[in-house]
Design a protein around this ligand. Structure first.
Ligand SMILES: [Zn+2]
Length: 146
């Protein structure tokens, strides 16, 4: 069994609220969301960070990030979306399997560069996470290419 929690999710050894999956990429809700409807988009290959992944794989990953962002926008009551990708402990990376955060934001929360991306103050129950995932999945499947 892999030590990496994201690899365990990919291998279905750990449960996750998956909203999108293909041969190269999987997207699932963070279990420590900053806000409701906060997915992580990851390559299935265990690249630790942005330095290890090829340019082509990066391009494909961000193609899916774009689609996830559209689905989140359309399904969650958010007025803005932050896309965050941390590399190295100094940048706040906690899981060393490259991942991109797609974080819905509301104006009343204010925007601050100092605000942590990994607050767990908005923790959602397993049922709530699955409800959020269902909403996003519905919009995701209805998307057309842009
Ligand atoms: Zn991994």
């Amino acid at each position: 069994m892999s030590e990496c929690v994201f690899c365990q999710i990919i291998q279905k050894q750990l449960p996750a609220n998956v909203i999108y999956e293909d041969k190269q990429v999987v997207a699932f809700l963070s279990n420590r969301p900053i806000n409701q409807g906060h997915p992580l988009v990851i390559p299935k290959k265990n690249h630790a960070n942005i330095y290890e992944i090829s340019e082509d794989e990066t391009a494909y990953l961000f193609r899916i990030v774009k689609r996830v962002a559209n689905a989140v926008r359309d399904s969650i009551d958010a007025e803005g979306i932050r896309i965050v990708q941390n590399n190295g402990e100094a940048a706040g990376q906690v899981v060393f399997h490259l991942h991109v955060h797609v974080i819905p934001m509301k104006p009343q929360e204010g925007f601050s560069h100092g605000k942590a991306y990994r607050s767990s103050s908005n923790s959602r129950s397993a049922d709530e996470l699955e409800m959020d995932a269902k909403k996003i999945r519905n919009f995701f499947s209805g998307q057309t290419k842009k």
